[in-house]
Design a protein around this ligand. Structure first.
Ligand SMILES: [Zn+2]
Length: 333
Protein backbone atom coordinates (compact mmCIF):
# COMPACT_ATOMS: atom_id res chain seq x y z
CA UNK A 1 0.00 0.00 0.00
CA UNK A 2 2.78 2.45 0.92
CA UNK A 3 4.53 1.51 -2.33
CA UNK A 4 1.26 2.03 -4.23
CA UNK A 5 0.98 5.56 -2.85
CA UNK A 6 4.63 6.31 -3.59
CA UNK A 7 4.37 5.24 -7.24
CA UNK A 8 0.99 6.93 -7.71
CA UNK A 9 2.47 10.19 -6.41
CA UNK A 10 5.19 9.92 -9.07
CA UNK A 11 2.47 9.44 -11.68
CA UNK A 12 0.57 12.48 -10.32
CA UNK A 13 3.71 14.63 -10.54
CA UNK A 14 4.11 13.61 -14.18
CA UNK A 15 0.45 14.32 -14.90
CA UNK A 16 0.85 17.95 -13.77
CA UNK A 17 3.33 18.59 -16.57
CA UNK A 18 0.48 18.39 -19.08
CA UNK A 19 -1.59 21.18 -17.52
CA UNK A 20 -1.97 24.06 -19.94
CA UNK A 21 -1.46 21.88 -23.03
CA UNK A 22 -3.91 19.00 -22.78
CA UNK A 23 -7.23 20.65 -21.94
CA UNK A 24 -10.05 19.79 -22.39
CA UNK A 25 -8.54 16.33 -22.00
CA UNK A 26 -7.60 15.40 -18.45
CA UNK A 27 -3.94 15.64 -17.39
CA UNK A 28 -2.74 12.05 -16.85
CA UNK A 29 0.54 10.58 -15.65
CA UNK A 30 1.77 7.00 -15.63
CA UNK A 31 4.68 4.91 -14.34
CA UNK A 32 5.51 1.28 -15.12
CA UNK A 33 7.03 -0.62 -12.21
CA UNK A 34 8.92 -3.91 -12.20
CA UNK A 35 10.64 -5.43 -9.16
CA UNK A 36 9.80 -2.30 -7.19
CA UNK A 37 11.62 -0.05 -9.68
CA UNK A 38 10.25 2.42 -12.21
CA UNK A 39 11.17 1.14 -15.68
CA UNK A 40 9.08 3.56 -17.70
CA UNK A 41 7.22 6.82 -17.26
CA UNK A 42 5.05 9.07 -19.36
CA UNK A 43 2.35 11.69 -19.33
CA UNK A 44 -0.22 13.11 -21.69
CA UNK A 45 1.69 16.02 -23.20
CA UNK A 46 -0.59 17.62 -25.73
CA UNK A 47 -4.27 17.67 -26.67
CA UNK A 48 -4.73 15.09 -29.44
CA UNK A 49 -1.34 13.48 -28.70
CA UNK A 50 -0.49 10.07 -27.24
CA UNK A 51 -1.94 9.20 -23.85
CA UNK A 52 0.18 8.81 -20.71
CA UNK A 53 0.01 4.99 -20.76
CA UNK A 54 1.36 4.81 -24.32
CA UNK A 55 4.19 7.24 -23.59
CA UNK A 56 5.09 5.27 -20.45
CA UNK A 57 5.11 1.92 -22.28
CA UNK A 58 7.24 3.39 -25.08
CA UNK A 59 9.78 4.73 -22.59
CA UNK A 60 10.33 1.36 -20.85
CA UNK A 61 13.98 0.46 -20.56
CA UNK A 62 13.15 -3.22 -20.35
CA UNK A 63 10.17 -5.35 -21.34
CA UNK A 64 7.02 -4.21 -19.51
CA UNK A 65 5.71 -7.80 -19.58
CA UNK A 66 4.73 -8.81 -16.05
CA UNK A 67 5.03 -5.24 -14.73
CA UNK A 68 2.55 -3.13 -12.75
CA UNK A 69 1.25 0.08 -14.30
CA UNK A 70 0.33 3.07 -12.10
CA UNK A 71 -1.91 5.55 -13.85
CA UNK A 72 -3.78 8.57 -12.48
CA UNK A 73 -7.01 7.82 -14.40
CA UNK A 74 -8.74 4.70 -15.66
CA UNK A 75 -7.26 3.75 -19.05
CA UNK A 76 -9.45 4.58 -22.03
CA UNK A 77 -11.09 1.89 -24.12
CA UNK A 78 -12.43 3.85 -27.10
CA UNK A 79 -11.07 5.15 -30.37
CA UNK A 80 -10.78 8.89 -29.91
CA UNK A 81 -7.96 10.90 -31.44
CA UNK A 82 -5.75 7.89 -30.61
CA UNK A 83 -6.44 4.11 -30.33
CA UNK A 84 -7.57 2.76 -26.94
CA UNK A 85 -4.91 2.41 -24.24
CA UNK A 86 -6.48 -0.85 -23.01
CA UNK A 87 -5.31 -2.58 -26.23
CA UNK A 88 -1.73 -1.39 -25.76
CA UNK A 89 -1.68 -2.40 -22.07
CA UNK A 90 -2.91 -5.92 -22.86
CA UNK A 91 -0.46 -6.25 -25.74
CA UNK A 92 2.46 -5.14 -23.56
CA UNK A 93 1.75 -7.96 -21.10
CA UNK A 94 1.11 -5.71 -18.08
CA UNK A 95 0.13 -7.87 -15.11
CA UNK A 96 -1.57 -5.35 -12.88
CA UNK A 97 -3.03 -1.87 -13.33
CA UNK A 98 -3.33 0.49 -10.37
CA UNK A 99 -5.51 3.47 -11.29
CA UNK A 100 -6.13 6.45 -9.01
CA UNK A 101 -9.71 6.94 -10.07
CA UNK A 102 -12.40 5.79 -12.47
CA UNK A 103 -12.90 7.85 -15.64
CA UNK A 104 -16.27 9.62 -15.16
CA UNK A 105 -17.03 10.12 -18.86
CA UNK A 106 -19.78 7.95 -20.26
CA UNK A 107 -17.67 6.34 -22.94
CA UNK A 108 -15.29 4.88 -20.31
CA UNK A 109 -16.93 4.81 -16.82
CA UNK A 110 -15.52 1.45 -15.73
CA UNK A 111 -15.46 -0.12 -19.20
CA UNK A 112 -11.68 0.27 -19.36
CA UNK A 113 -11.30 -1.74 -16.13
CA UNK A 114 -13.72 -4.38 -17.40
CA UNK A 115 -11.76 -4.95 -20.61
CA UNK A 116 -8.47 -5.22 -18.73
CA UNK A 117 -9.94 -7.64 -16.16
CA UNK A 118 -11.32 -9.80 -18.94
CA UNK A 119 -7.80 -10.04 -20.32
CA UNK A 120 -6.62 -11.39 -16.96
CA UNK A 121 -5.08 -8.14 -15.66
CA UNK A 122 -5.46 -7.42 -11.95
CA UNK A 123 -7.05 -4.04 -11.19
CA UNK A 124 -6.67 -1.86 -8.14
CA UNK A 125 -8.28 1.53 -7.87
CA UNK A 126 -8.94 4.48 -5.51
CA UNK A 127 -5.26 5.10 -4.72
CA UNK A 128 -4.66 8.86 -4.11
CA UNK A 129 -8.20 9.39 -5.41
CA UNK A 130 -8.63 12.84 -3.86
CA UNK A 131 -5.41 14.19 -5.35
CA UNK A 132 -6.28 12.74 -8.74
CA UNK A 133 -9.75 14.31 -8.68
CA UNK A 134 -8.38 17.65 -7.54
CA UNK A 135 -5.80 17.65 -10.33
CA UNK A 136 -8.54 17.35 -12.94
CA UNK A 137 -11.36 19.00 -10.99
CA UNK A 138 -12.77 20.79 -14.09
CA UNK A 139 -12.87 17.53 -16.06
CA UNK A 140 -14.75 15.77 -13.23
CA UNK A 141 -17.19 18.65 -12.72
CA UNK A 142 -17.95 18.86 -16.42
CA UNK A 143 -18.54 15.10 -16.70
CA UNK A 144 -20.99 15.32 -13.82
CA UNK A 145 -22.86 18.56 -14.50
CA UNK A 146 -22.18 19.43 -18.18
CA UNK A 147 -21.33 22.93 -16.98
CA UNK A 148 -17.90 24.55 -17.07
CA UNK A 149 -15.58 24.87 -14.09
CA UNK A 150 -15.60 28.59 -13.28
CA UNK A 151 -12.39 30.38 -12.32
CA UNK A 152 -12.89 33.92 -11.07
CA UNK A 153 -9.75 36.02 -11.32
CA UNK A 154 -8.84 39.59 -10.55
CA UNK A 155 -5.79 41.75 -9.91
CA UNK A 156 -5.65 44.41 -7.22
CA UNK A 157 -3.23 46.88 -5.70
CA UNK A 158 -2.29 46.47 -2.05
CA UNK A 159 -4.90 49.09 -1.17
CA UNK A 160 -7.64 47.28 -3.10
CA UNK A 161 -7.83 49.12 -6.43
CA UNK A 162 -8.84 47.13 -9.50
CA UNK A 163 -7.79 49.75 -12.05
CA UNK A 164 -5.50 52.73 -12.19
CA UNK A 165 -6.04 56.29 -13.36
CA UNK A 166 -2.43 57.23 -14.22
CA UNK A 167 -0.63 56.63 -17.51
CA UNK A 168 0.57 53.15 -16.48
CA UNK A 169 -1.62 50.38 -17.75
CA UNK A 170 -1.10 47.49 -15.35
CA UNK A 171 -1.59 46.88 -11.67
CA UNK A 172 0.53 43.74 -11.49
CA UNK A 173 4.05 43.02 -12.75
CA UNK A 174 5.10 41.15 -15.90
CA UNK A 175 5.64 37.83 -14.06
CA UNK A 176 2.03 37.88 -12.85
CA UNK A 177 0.76 38.80 -16.30
CA UNK A 178 2.70 35.93 -17.83
CA UNK A 179 1.04 33.64 -15.32
CA UNK A 180 -2.36 34.94 -16.46
CA UNK A 181 -1.51 33.85 -20.00
CA UNK A 182 -0.66 30.38 -18.67
CA UNK A 183 -4.03 30.40 -16.97
CA UNK A 184 -5.76 31.42 -20.20
CA UNK A 185 -4.01 28.54 -21.97
CA UNK A 186 -5.95 25.96 -20.02
CA UNK A 187 -9.44 27.43 -20.32
CA UNK A 188 -11.70 27.17 -23.34
CA UNK A 189 -13.50 30.47 -22.72
CA UNK A 190 -12.88 33.84 -21.07
CA UNK A 191 -15.75 36.03 -19.86
CA UNK A 192 -15.94 39.75 -19.08
CA UNK A 193 -18.73 42.25 -18.61
CA UNK A 194 -19.41 44.89 -21.23
CA UNK A 195 -18.06 47.65 -18.97
CA UNK A 196 -14.65 45.99 -19.00
CA UNK A 197 -14.68 46.01 -22.80
CA UNK A 198 -15.63 49.68 -22.85
CA UNK A 199 -13.01 50.64 -20.26
CA UNK A 200 -10.03 48.46 -21.25
CA UNK A 201 -10.69 47.35 -24.83
CA UNK A 202 -9.10 43.95 -24.06
CA UNK A 203 -8.06 41.25 -26.56
CA UNK A 204 -8.67 38.34 -24.17
CA UNK A 205 -6.34 36.10 -26.13
CA UNK A 206 -3.48 33.82 -25.19
CA UNK A 207 -0.09 35.37 -25.92
CA UNK A 208 2.08 34.05 -27.44
CA UNK A 209 -0.51 32.46 -29.71
CA UNK A 210 -0.35 28.69 -29.29
CA UNK A 211 -3.00 28.02 -31.92
CA UNK A 212 -5.68 27.27 -29.34
CA UNK A 213 -7.41 30.53 -28.53
CA UNK A 214 -10.28 30.50 -26.04
CA UNK A 215 -13.78 31.58 -26.95
CA UNK A 216 -14.36 35.15 -25.76
CA UNK A 217 -17.60 35.85 -23.98
CA UNK A 218 -19.10 39.24 -23.17
CA UNK A 219 -22.08 39.81 -20.89
CA UNK A 220 -24.15 42.74 -22.10
CA UNK A 221 -25.84 44.21 -25.14
CA UNK A 222 -24.10 43.78 -28.49
CA UNK A 223 -25.32 47.20 -29.60
CA UNK A 224 -23.23 48.82 -26.88
CA UNK A 225 -19.97 47.40 -28.22
CA UNK A 226 -17.97 49.76 -30.42
CA UNK A 227 -17.41 48.42 -33.95
CA UNK A 228 -13.70 49.11 -33.79
CA UNK A 229 -12.98 47.42 -30.44
CA UNK A 230 -10.26 44.78 -30.27
CA UNK A 231 -12.74 41.97 -29.73
CA UNK A 232 -14.60 42.74 -32.96
CA UNK A 233 -11.42 43.35 -34.93
CA UNK A 234 -10.09 39.90 -34.03
CA UNK A 235 -13.40 38.02 -34.13
CA UNK A 236 -12.42 36.15 -37.28
CA UNK A 237 -9.41 34.64 -35.57
CA UNK A 238 -11.14 33.77 -32.34
CA UNK A 239 -14.92 33.96 -31.90
CA UNK A 240 -16.74 36.36 -29.61
CA UNK A 241 -20.01 35.43 -27.91
CA UNK A 242 -22.32 38.04 -26.50
CA UNK A 243 -24.92 37.10 -23.92
CA UNK A 244 -27.57 39.62 -23.14
CA UNK A 245 -29.13 37.65 -20.33
CA UNK A 246 -28.31 38.14 -16.68
CA UNK A 247 -29.05 34.50 -15.86
CA UNK A 248 -25.54 33.25 -15.32
CA UNK A 249 -26.62 29.67 -14.75
CA UNK A 250 -28.15 29.69 -18.19
CA UNK A 251 -24.95 31.16 -19.65
CA UNK A 252 -22.98 28.32 -18.07
CA UNK A 253 -25.37 25.70 -19.41
CA UNK A 254 -25.06 27.15 -22.89
CA UNK A 255 -21.28 27.24 -22.70
CA UNK A 256 -21.37 23.64 -21.48
CA UNK A 257 -23.29 22.68 -24.60
CA UNK A 258 -20.40 24.12 -26.60
CA UNK A 259 -18.04 21.83 -24.68
CA UNK A 260 -16.52 24.63 -22.64
CA UNK A 261 -15.03 22.72 -19.72
CA UNK A 262 -13.26 25.67 -18.06
CA UNK A 263 -14.37 29.28 -18.02
CA UNK A 264 -12.20 32.14 -16.80
CA UNK A 265 -14.10 35.15 -15.48
CA UNK A 266 -11.88 38.23 -15.72
CA UNK A 267 -14.16 40.97 -14.55
CA UNK A 268 -15.07 43.63 -13.82
CA UNK A 269 -16.34 44.14 -10.38
CA UNK A 270 -20.04 43.65 -11.09
CA UNK A 271 -19.60 40.43 -13.01
CA UNK A 272 -17.17 38.99 -10.46
CA UNK A 273 -19.53 39.81 -7.60
CA UNK A 274 -22.45 38.20 -9.45
CA UNK A 275 -20.56 34.94 -9.96
CA UNK A 276 -19.45 34.85 -6.33
CA UNK A 277 -22.84 35.83 -4.95
CA UNK A 278 -24.69 33.26 -7.01
CA UNK A 279 -22.20 30.64 -5.84
CA UNK A 280 -21.21 29.77 -9.39
CA UNK A 281 -17.46 30.08 -8.96
CA UNK A 282 -15.40 26.95 -8.35
CA UNK A 283 -11.99 28.52 -8.10
CA UNK A 284 -10.65 31.92 -7.25
CA UNK A 285 -7.34 33.51 -8.23
CA UNK A 286 -6.30 36.92 -6.92
CA UNK A 287 -3.10 38.75 -7.80
CA UNK A 288 -2.15 41.46 -5.33
CA UNK A 289 0.69 43.85 -6.04
CA UNK A 290 2.77 45.39 -3.26
CA UNK A 291 2.06 48.86 -4.63
CA UNK A 292 -0.37 51.27 -3.02
CA UNK A 293 -2.18 53.21 -5.71
CA UNK A 294 -3.91 55.75 -3.50
CA UNK A 295 -4.62 58.71 -5.83
CA UNK A 296 -3.60 56.74 -8.89
CA UNK A 297 -6.26 54.16 -8.22
CA UNK A 298 -9.52 54.17 -10.16
CA UNK A 299 -11.96 51.42 -9.26
CA UNK A 300 -11.82 50.04 -5.76
CA UNK A 301 -13.15 46.66 -4.67
CA UNK A 302 -16.64 47.50 -3.51
CA UNK A 303 -18.04 46.75 -0.07
CA UNK A 304 -20.36 44.24 -1.65
CA UNK A 305 -17.53 42.46 -3.45
CA UNK A 306 -15.46 42.36 -0.26
CA UNK A 307 -18.38 41.08 1.78
CA UNK A 308 -19.18 38.40 -0.77
CA UNK A 309 -15.54 37.35 -0.87
CA UNK A 310 -15.24 37.21 2.90
CA UNK A 311 -18.21 34.88 3.11
CA UNK A 312 -16.64 32.31 0.79
CA UNK A 313 -15.30 29.08 2.17
CA UNK A 314 -12.05 28.46 0.35
CA UNK A 315 -10.19 25.16 0.21
CA UNK A 316 -6.73 24.10 -0.90
CA UNK A 317 -5.31 27.56 -0.58
CA UNK A 318 -2.10 28.08 -2.50
CA UNK A 319 -0.01 31.25 -2.11
CA UNK A 320 2.76 31.99 -4.55
CA UNK A 321 5.03 34.96 -5.17
CA UNK A 322 5.61 36.47 -8.59
CA UNK A 323 8.45 38.86 -7.79
CA UNK A 324 6.69 41.27 -5.42
CA UNK A 325 3.15 40.26 -6.39
CA UNK A 326 1.29 37.61 -4.44
CA UNK A 327 -1.02 35.13 -6.15
CA UNK A 328 -3.66 33.56 -3.96
CA UNK A 329 -5.45 30.58 -5.38
CA UNK A 330 -8.16 28.40 -3.88
CA UNK A 331 -11.06 26.14 -4.59
CA UNK A 332 -14.45 27.35 -3.37
CA UNK A 333 -16.40 24.86 -1.29
ZN1 LIG B 1 -5.94 6.36 -23.29
Amino acid sequence: MAADIKFMKSALTLAKKGIGNVESNPAVGCVVVKDNKIIGKGWHKKFGGAHAEINALKSCKQSPAGATMYVTLEPCCHFGKTPPCTNAIIKAGIKKVVAAVKDPTRKVAGKGFKILKKAGIEIKTNICKNEAEKLNAPFFKFAKTKKPWVIVKWAQSSDGFLARSDEKRWITNSASRKDVHNLRKKVQAILVGINTVLADDPMLTVRPDNGRQPLRVVLGRASKLPQNCNLFRTAKKSPVYIFKGRNLNNVLARLGKRNIQQLLVEGGQKVITSFLKQKLADEIIIYTSNEKLARNGKIKTSQIMKKTYNRLKINYIDKRLFAKDVRLKGFIK
